[in-house]
Design a protein around this ligand. Structure first.
Ligand SMILES: N[C@@H](CCC(=O)N[C@@H](CS)C(=O)NCC(=O)O)C(=O)O
Length: 232
C-alpha cells in the first residue's frame, strides 16, 4: 500500500488531496512541526536524507519532491483522470502550470519565509536595518514579481475554468496551495475576481475537503505561517 509522509500544514497536503482525487487507499504518516522553530520533525530524516515532506513510499519506491510525486502518481495510477490527453492544447497548459507552480511561484513564497526567519533571528540592535533592507527587496523585486504573476493567472482564469482548460487536473492541486497563501494578502475578489472565484469553486471539491480532514489541516496555522506575507 502507498504511504505518504506528511508534515502538518505544509505543501505535502497537496499529495493527500491528489491521492483522494485518485481514489487510492493510502497510509498517512503525520509529522508535527517543532513548535518553536516551525521546522520539520527529526523523524522525517529517517525517511529521506533531506528531512522534508512530502515523501511517498510505494513498494520499493521512496520518492521525495512534490512535482516528482505528482508525476509518478498520475503516470502510475491516474492516466487520463488527472492529466490531459497526449498532444492536446490542454497538455501544454498542464506542463506549463504544473511547473510554474513550483519553479516560478513557490520561490517567491519561500524567499519571503527566509527573509522573515532572518529578521526574527537578527539581534535587536540590527533589526531596523535588516527590516528596512528586506522591505526594499520585497517591494522592488519579490512582491513586484508576485503581482505580475498573479495578473497573468487572473487573465488565464478569465478564459479557462481550470488551469489546463475545462477539466480539473493535477496542476490545479499544485496551484491552489500557492494561491491560497496569496489570497487576501496579494489579491481579493475586487482585484482578481476570476482567481478568487476559481479558488472558492475548487475548494468545494469533496476530495479537497476529505484531504483537509485527513491531513489535520488548520486554516489558522496556515494563515499564521504566511502572516508576514503582505503588500508593502
Ligand atoms: N521542493 C520540495 C520541498 C520540500 C519542502 O521544503 N517541504 C517543506 C514543507 S512545506 C518542509 O518539509 N519543511 C520543513 C523544514 O524545512 O524543516 C518539494 O516540493 O517537495
Amino acid at each position: 500500500m502507498i504511504s505518504i509522509h506528511h508534515l502538518t500544514n505544509s505543501r505535502s497536503q497537496r499529495v493527500i488531496w491528489l491521492l483522494e482525487e485518485l481514489g487510492l487507499k493510502y497510509n498517512l504518516i503525520i509529522h508535527e512541526r517543532c513548535a518553536k522553530t516551525r521546522q520539520a520533525a527529526e523523524s522525517l530524516y529517517q525517511v529521506h536524507p533531506l528531512g522534508k515532506a512530502p515523501v511517498l513510499i510505494d513498494g520499493d519506491i521512496n520518492l521525495a519532491e512534490s512535482g516528482a510525486i505528482f508525476d509518478y502518481l498520475v503516470a502510475t495510477y491516474g492516466k487520463e483522470a488527472l492529466a490531459p490527453a497526449e498532444n492536446s492544447v490542454e497538455q501544454i497548459n498542464y506542463f506549463y502550470w504544473k511547473n510554474f507552480s513550483e519553479a516560478s511561484l513557490m520561490p517567491y513564497l519561500a524567499m519571503s519565509q527566509v527573509f522573515t526567519r532572518i529578521t526574527q533571528g537578527t539581534p535587536f540592535f540590527f533589526k531596523p536595518l535588516i527590516t528596512l533592507l528586506f522591505k526594499k527587496v520585497n517591494a522592488k523585486y519579490l512582491y513586484k514579481n508576485l503581482k505580475i504573476e498573479l495578473n497573468m493567472i487572473e487573465k488565464h482564469l478569465g478564459t479557462h475554468q481550470h488551469f489546463t482548460g475545462d477539466n480539473f487536473s493535477a496542476a490545479d492541486i499544485l496551484m491552489e496551495f500557492m494561491l491560497d497563501a496569496l489570497a487576501n494578502r496579494f489579491f481579493s475578489q475586487t482585484s482578481h475576481p476570476h482567481t478568487s472565484q476559481y479558488l472558492l469553486r475548487i475548494k468545494q471539491r469533496p476530495a479537497y475537503l476529505r484531504a483537509l480532514k485527513n491531513g489535520n489541516w488548520s486554516e489558522d496555522e496556515f494563515n499564521q505561517y504566511w502572516l508576514h506575507l503582505k503588500n508593502s
